[in-house]
Design a protein around this ligand. Structure first.
Ligand code: M3P
Ligand code: FE
Length: 309
């Protein structure tokens, strides 16, 4: 098997200011499928084509932002190995018992030098996409509800010590660097895009003085037309749109950035290219950051650099 170790982004837990307003937004406007609620009051969602029980969890809090981002790993042996590797590297890990998140096995959690909590887990109940595994239909009614993305694709996180974060992901967790934006002096990286797969990114980081910040969680659409349709649905529902529809130079992804009712940015996204781990990373100089962010407009939108939760 070619993809081993860390398989893919598995879940994000995001804080919202008003739970029921947010449930209506994520269910009816973004078009996620609600899959459960727990005793802590958290609400669980998945995208229609995801097979595991959930990928996006919201909880009500006084401040928006991200609690943690989790990756699914191949199996329990891999989870044990990666936990040992993280500790050998010098990081402190903690175990969250199975069942803390609904339908999810034990999680290994650690804090990055950027202030973000990252989790690894091997088990989450496969509930399927509703089309079954024998002679499945290509899509289900759940896709025809709201924006209807196919999966949680990646996240972009803002915080300090991005160079150290890059080392942890590449030296311990098996990710590789796909693209980067240099700092103005060209000596370091202002932002990095990392992949554990054939995807153009599974997680990205940008250097930022405040730790633990969320820039966006990104949801994959099946086509550019579906991204434009997402923009239509955002406007119909008076969603606050940040940037787009446009194309990033970095990753070549076609995108809209917008905000949920609590001010958490999310992205509807498609495209990009498919890198392999042997590819040399692509470098953007800081003076071309505007093209990297918004290739057609060549504009380094102020909000991209300053608005995070
Ligand atoms: C992405 C993304 C830049 C932004 C690129 C963003 C260079 O690739 O998926 O959000 O500013
Ligand atoms: Fe993105």
């Amino acid at each position: 098997m070619a993809i081993t170790g860390v398989l893919r982004p598995g879940h994000a837990q995001v804080r919202v200011l008003n739970l029921e307003e947010s449930v209506r937004f994520y269910r009816d406007v973004l078009g996620l499928v609600e899959t459960g609620r727990d005793a802590q009051g958290r609400v669980y969602f998945k995208c229609w084509d995801e097979r595991d029980h959930h990928s996006y969890v919201i909880r009500e809090a006084d401040e928006a932002g991200i609690d943690f981002f989790g990756f699914k790993v191949l199996d329990k042996a891999t989870l044990e190995q990666l936990d040992a590797d993280l500790q050998a590297y010098g990081l402190t890990t903690a175990r969250i018992p199975a069942g803390d998140l609904l339908e999810t096995g034990e999680r290994v959690r650690f804090e990055l030098p950027s202030g973000h909590l990252i989790e690894l887990y091997a088990e989450k109940t496969a509930v399927g996409n509703g089309a079954g595994l024998v002679n499945p239909a290509p899509w289900t009614q759940a896709r025809e509800h709201g924006i209807g993305p196919v999966r949680l694709d990646h996240t972009l996180l803002y915080g300090p010590n991005v160079a150290e974060v890059q080392k942890i992901f590449t030296e311990v967790l098996g990710f590789y660097l796909v693209e980067r934006v240099l700092t103005p002096d060209g000596e370091g990286n202002a932002a990095i895009w990392l992949s554990c797969s054939h995807k153009v990114h599974d997680i990205a980081f940008a250097e930022y003085p405040e730790p633990g910040k969320l820039h966006h969680c990104s949801f994959l659409m099946e086509s550019w037309e579906q991204v434009l349709r997402a923009g239509d649905i955002m406007s119909m529902n008076l969603v606050n749109v940040d940037i787009g529809p446009t194309r990033h130079g970095v990753t070549r992804g076609c995108t809209i950035y917008a905000w949920d009712p609590s001010g958490n940015r999310f992205e509807t996204f498609m495209g990009g290219y498919q890198p392999y781990p042997d590819y040399e990373p692509i470098t953007w100089t800081f003076d071309n950051f505007g093209q990297g962010l918004d290739y057609p407009q060549r504009k380094l939108h102020e909000t991209f650099l300053t608005v995070v939760t």
